[in-house]
Design a protein around this ligand. Structure first.
Ligand SMILES: Nc1ncnc2c1ncn2[C@@H]1O[C@H](COP(=O)(O)OP(=O)(O)OP(=O)(O)O)[C@@H](O)[C@H]1O
Ligand SMILES: [Mg+2]
Length: 147
């Protein structure tokens, strides 16, 4: 996977595979902002990433827990933890309180954030954005941009 490119997937499985391929490119300390409507594939992609990097199952959706931390038993290229975060139901001020900046400052961590636009004011300039677009029932356009 190239960190500045557009991909098209034809199934949830293809999106999962793409998420797995990102594990080969990513460096510790990265904030990954996943933009896209409900059902666009953000969690599906993240689960492929978690599987690819060897995170321990079960993979849960953070929609209700806000943040789910995965500690890797074996570090992968300096990455020891993944924070999977969903800001859909969160107010910006609460998001600061629960520790968003600390997760982003973890030099051995990766933060994967769904619904980043809900906390736009808190996003550091240095981040990778992935934009998911539903083209049809099973087709998704996935655009990756690193800043
Ligand atoms: N090409 C595809 N890529 C990803 N998901 C797909 C694709 N085709 C169909 N789907 C379906 O679309 C849905 C994507 O759901 P997912 O939970 O990943 O979305 P999300 O972006 O995380 O939504 P939310 O904002 O509600 O968290 C799943 O039901 C999946 O099976
Ligand atoms: Mg989701």
């Amino acid at each position: 996977m190239n960190m500045n490119n557009v991909y098209t997937t034809q199934s949830a499985e293809e999106t999962r595979v793409l998420g797995g391929e990102l594990t080969g490119e990513i460096i510790p300390g990265t904030l990954l902002c996943l933009f896209g409507d409900l059902g666009a594939g953000k969690t599906t992609f993240t689960q492929g990433f978690l599987e690819g990097i060897g995170a321990e199952r079960p993979f849960v959706s953070p929609t209700f827990v806000i943040m789910k931390q995965y500690d890797l038993l074996k570090p992968v290229s300096g990455i020891e933890r993944i924070y999977h975060v969903d800001a859909y139901r969160v107010e910006t001020k609460d998001f600061e309180t629960i520790g968003f900046s600390e997760w982003c400052e973890d030099k051995k961590g990766i933060v994967i954030l769904e619904w980043p636009e809900r906390v736009a004011d808190l996003l550091p300039a240095k981040r990778t954005e992935i934009h998911f677009k539903s083209v049809s029932e099973n087709e998704r356009e996935i655009k990756v941009t690193s800043f």
